[in-house]
Design a protein around this ligand. Structure first.
Ligand SMILES: [Cu+2]
Length: 151
């Protein structure tokens, strides 16, 4: 790699990752082989001094990712697009039956005990990258075991 290219890449990463102090204690359920959907849960917290709004989510194993909220209407559970804005110091919990990061078009299953990375984009300008751990298939709370990288 040329020095110029390296310099350009370094500058780009500085531009793409300004001071966004968001933490995410994320987890997911494992998905069965061939399943095309999954979800990421966990606690998002804004440790910064400005409000931030989630503009997009990227996960390399999913073709499409959205933020959803599960709502009950007429006795049916439905999922709707949801916006997430965090005031300074505020947090929000994503959990089964509520707010979640919906993974669609999964290209590979989420394997129990594996750690993956998800990238969150804020205000269409800043990105943060977070690890999350995949639990068992019916996992309903964050797995207790820390998990391991499976790359
Ligand atoms: Cu959903």
């Amino acid at each position: 790699m040329s020095r110029l290219l390296l310099f350009v890449l370094l500058c780009h990463s500085l531009v793409a990752y300004p001071e966004t102090s968001v933490s995410f204690d994320g987890w997911a359920r494992a998905t069965a082989p061939g399943a095309t959907t999954g979800a990421i849960y966990g606690k998002l917290q804004n440790g910064g001094s400005e409000a931030v709004s989630l503009s997009s989510v990227r996960f390399e194993k999913a073709g499409h990712v959205m933020v959803h909220r599960t709502v009950e209407s007429d006795g049916m559970m439905r999922m709707m697009h949801a916006d997430v804005t965090l005031e300074p110091g505020a947090s929000v919990v994503l959990e089964p039956g509520g707010l979640h990061i919906m993974l669609m078009g999964l290209k590979a299953p989420l394997i129990p005990g594996c750690i993956y990375k998800v990238e969150l984009e804020w205000d269409e300008s800043a990105s943060t990258s977070h690890d999350f751990v995949s639990g068992s298939f019916g996992q309903s709370t964050k797995p207790e075991r820390p998990g391991q990288s499976c790359q």
